[in-house]
Ligand binder design. Sequence first.
Ligand SMILES: Nc1ncnc2c1ncn2[C@@H]1O[C@H](COP(=O)(O)OP(=O)(O)OP(=O)(O)O)[C@@H](O)[C@H]1O
Ligand SMILES: Nc1ncnc2c1ncn2[C@@H]1O[C@H](COP(=O)(O)OP(=O)(O)OP(=O)(O)O)[C@@H](O)[C@H]1O
Ligand SMILES: [Mg+2]
Ligand SMILES: [Mg+2]
Lengths: 256, 256
Amino acid sequence: MRRVIAIANQKGGVGKTTTAVNLAACLAEAGHGTLLIDADPQSNATSGLGIDRSTLDGHTLYEVCLDHADLDSIIRPGPVENLFIAPSTKRLAGAEIELAGSSERDLILRHALAASRRSFEFILIDCPPSLNILTVNALGAADAVIVPVQCEYYAMEGISSLTETIDLVRSCLNPKLDLGGVLLTMYDSRTNLSEQVAAEIRRFFGNRVFQTVIPRNVRLSEAPSHGMPIIQYDPSSRGAHAYRALIEELIERNEK
Amino acid sequence: MRRVIAIANQKGGVGKTTTAVNLAACLAEAGHGTLLIDADPQSNATSGLGIDRSTLDGHTLYEVCLDHADLDSIIRPGPVENLFIAPSTKRLAGAEIELAGSSERDLILRHALAASRRSFEFILIDCPPSLNILTVNALGAADAVIVPVQCEYYAMEGISSLTETIDLVRSCLNPKLDLGGVLLTMYDSRTNLSEQVAAEIRRFFGNRVFQTVIPRNVRLSEAPSHGMPIIQYDPSSRGAHAYRALIEELIERNEK
Ligand SMILES: Nc1ncnc2c1ncn2[C@@H]1O[C@H](COP(=O)(O)OP(=O)(O)OP(=O)(O)O)[C@@H](O)[C@H]1O
Ligand SMILES: Nc1ncnc2c1ncn2[C@@H]1O[C@H](COP(=O)(O)OP(=O)(O)OP(=O)(O)O)[C@@H](O)[C@H]1O
Ligand SMILES: [Mg+2]
Ligand SMILES: [Mg+2]
């Protein structure tokens, strides 16, 4: 049973890529065949998994969205067994303008996934920090969306426009789209702010907030400079423990 | 002599809004008439200065971009003397699609500023985390751009595509656009990562990096929840000292 999960939030720097990369790596480590699709032209997920962009030569998500290349033709193995990635480069930034006129523009990713012959248990999609065509494509293709929220004031403010977008996509593009969960990230137990924001988010979303909270942990921000997910860079760090706990909760939620 | 400065970086969460709000407030405190334009649909700069979005009723940047309203008609006073704001709401997110077909779409903000009869010494423009029409408009209207860069790996990666965009805008839209400076933000002296990234950025940009470095300081992230700039929320904090030091450096650079 394949599960497609978009990792989205238009607020910038809330931990979307960090969550996409590490959730994917932990799912793969636990034996689930996992594909990570990098739908952000910043292509941080691509470099976060150690892929050298200069070796991609025309086999990226841009070619799938604009030249009708098969998704399968761009998939390559990641640094962990059972983990694969559909990489991107900054060229994908052109998709917004180049797709603006096309009638099918919102469903390109869904069609590409439907045509794929690869079988993965989980497909994660890392989204850019805006509610543009790439994010709409990810929401249109997903079964569920995980929303990382940094435990800070500005990040909290933006939540209502995201849930409105999710409702809009559900009503006119993808009726099966479910809010998979809100994930509190960069929680710093030394500050009141983190606790205040976390309490506010729980009041608003109730049990749709994951019990697992990702702490602020410098090892998580060091790992990408080595091109590794946290379970390879520092498997005993608080960051690694938190993302491992998250997949257990995710799988439990899925089975309900 | 009016100076228009865009605060831009397509990487999310690097401190664009925090820099725009606090730089504007410090310039105003030092006696310079300052306007902050919120060009981000997230409208964090608007709430960061204590403006209640529900009181804006059609007097926002959306109306200037889409309904040809005068910029002067939306300007309102900020929480500090000499500080004014041109606010936004999430409605501005529609500008991307609604302006896509218009031939003048890249110069709307420059024309609106040219038509304004208000006189400010500094006009700051807070940009969204993407290289879209709103950011291009800000770069098209600006004399200079300040690039906040978080002292983290992913933020460093994105710099080259931003400088490419600045060069592109300079060559076909705004020949006077200057790189005003790269600002290191959220510098955490306890981590090696901050020092490594800072050293790398200085190697790449040389003296275009501001001497002033903004430290990670929780008071900066608490201030927005009170709708205040740091000089009001906690005037003796390290964050307030850093942004005050920054304006001195900025004014010195301007005079050269
Ligand atoms: N739990 C954490 N502890 C410490 N640092 C973190 C944590 N999560 C993410 N980071 C760091 O914070 C920064 C922002 O995270 P990340 O890039 O994953 O966010 P994002 O939402 O994907 O950003 P964007 O909006 O630009 O796509 C990165 O430098 C990352 O390494
Ligand atoms: N020097 C700092 N110390 C501590 N926290 C900071 C600092 N600068 C910014 N922050 C906090 O980090 C988060 C990201 O900053 P901010 O929202 O200003 O970035 P941004 O680049 O404007 O984000 P976006 O890309 O979404 O527009 C905010 O919650 C802010 O309060
Ligand atoms: Mg990201
Ligand atoms: Mg901002």
